[in-house]
Design a protein around this ligand. Sequence first.
Ligand SMILES: Nc1ncnc2c1ncn2[C@@H]1O[C@H](COP(=O)(O)OP(=O)(O)OP(=O)(O)O)[C@@H](O)[C@H]1O
Length: 332
Amino acid sequence: MPIIEASGLTKTFRRPDKREGLGGSIAHLFTRRFTDHVAVDHVDLTVEPGEAVAYVGPNGAGKSTTVKLLTGILVPSSGEVRVAGVVPHRERTANARQIGVLFGQRTQLWWDLPVRESLALLRDLYDVTDADYRARLAEFDHILGIGELLPVVARKLSLGQRMRADLAAALLHRPRVVYLDEPTIGLDIAVKDRVRAFLRELCADGTTLMLTTHDLGDIEDVCQRIVIIDEGRIIFDGSIAQVKDSFARQRQLHVDFTQTVPRAKLAELLPGAEIEGDARAFTIGFDRFTHTAAEVMTALLAAGEVADFRLDEPAIEDVIRRVYAGDLDLAA
Ligand SMILES: Nc1ncnc2c1ncn2[C@@H]1O[C@H](COP(=O)(O)OP(=O)(O)OP(=O)(O)O)[C@@H](O)[C@H]1O
């Protein structure tokens, strides 16, 4: 049974139309005009327990608004939403017990308190038993190394330290669904890796994750599924492999021969392929719908003795960038 269910979820914001300058402001007082802006437009989304979903899209696409609707911060203009059996904006307390939220740019730690005190307050707020609290602190220390951060006042933490402490704060009550907004922003590579490994473990234990991120490493490392939103509408919902398959037809094969091979010979064997390089080293760009990698390899073996080769998979980053830029036809 899905843990997140949204159907026809829509949020419209009413924005004042103000003309420029003082005159415009005064005129607005007398004749108020507004334009409705649909930030989230009939979103249908179901997420199963234990799934890690990347929710991505360009700036202003509607990611944060969707998460605010799912967390109950905003009330939908229309449509239905249910998370772990509750309607988030109606049953706020029940909802808060089931979800954890981490906003990379903001903290939920009390700024002037040592981390330990913030966590103790959250323990009391969520009725976490002492035994569970101790066990979770030990786990967070093991994976996120937060032991050394416990006596430190939140405002004195570095960004990476704060993010680790914030993750502990968001997960202390073992929420079933965790929303993460840019969870690794500003972290160095080593800490990023730790955080991503931790998120993978959470999922393996059945926690559902929804990540809004611009960091494509987070997506590839943590998520199996990617939902792309643009102008409030979901334009793709599928596996990461599917995105690559649907939108990234171009493959590149790098090959080294043991002896010189004429480029013309390769061109003859692989009509339509883009061939760069000369003598022994070549890069062959091909459309995987025109040639399979096996066909390309067979042609290369016919051209000469292959010393080494490497097939480059399209990076999800390039694929999404091209989707945003409108270069890739989503209907294809
Ligand atoms: N409170 C609000 N009042 C009016 N318009 C809003 C409000 N919140 C968001 N919007 C508008 O709704 C649209 C979607 O915004 P949202 O913050 O959901 O985008 P986003 O995908 O999270 O973008 P970003 O990547 O920049 O955070 C934008 O056009 C934004 O200006």
